[in-house]
Ligand binder design. Structure first.
Ligand SMILES: C[S@@+](CC[C@H](N)C(=O)[O-])C[C@H]1O[C@@H](n2cnc3c(N)ncnc32)[C@H](O)[C@@H]1O
Ligand SMILES: [Zn+2]
Length: 138
């Protein structure tokens, strides 16, 4: 299942330069609610999160996070947006993260989700948010 999901995702998205470094873009049309890709990586404890740091950490809950820095995890290229077209959802066990389309997405559109207040305030805000929504306001 994991492997099939990975192969499908590799066909449906591509990595390209975006306003915030590299980004992930749609290769095909997605409809609202479509599963686009899984955010994969090593599951690590909060203690290990504090030790490692890094920009590819996805918090699962207060105790655990996924370190998505691995090359296989192309979902790591999804940038933050204040008006995103995707959203992440955890499975019931809070062990896996899946990225879904929040609305209809057309081929060529950049895929984005809201990183959440903690990540935004700590990492995005100090450098200035480069999402399309904030660019319009500048
Ligand atoms: C998970 S990575 C996304 C991929 C990243 N652009 C890259 O080239 O590897 C998260 C990092 O991308 C950058 N980033 C993502 N969204 C951003 C945004 N809206 N504004 C500014 N930087 C952003 C920040 O450096 C953040 O720590
Ligand atoms: Zn923004």
């Amino acid at each position: 299942m994991k492997f099939l999901l990975y192969c499908r995702a590799m066909e449906n998205v591509r990595v390209k330069k975006s306003s915030a470094g590299l980004g992930l873009f749609a290769n095909k049309q997605f409809k609202r609610g479509d599963l686009i890709i899984e955010y994969t990586g090593e599951t690590i404890s909060e203690e290990e999160v504090n030790r490692r740091g890094g920009k590819y950490l996805f918090e699962l809950n207060d105790d655990w996070a996924i370190d998505g820095k691995g090359r296989d995890n192309i979902a790591r290229y999804i940038n933050h947006s204040c008006k995103p077209n995707c959203y992440p959802e955890l499975n019931e066990e809070e062990t896996r993260v899946f990225i879904y389309a929040k609305k209809k997405i057309t081929p060529g559109e950049e895929l984005t989700y809201d990183y959440g207040k903690d990540y935004f305030d700590k990492i995005i805000k100090p450098v200035g948010c480069k999402c399309a929504n904030c660019a319009i306001r500048r």
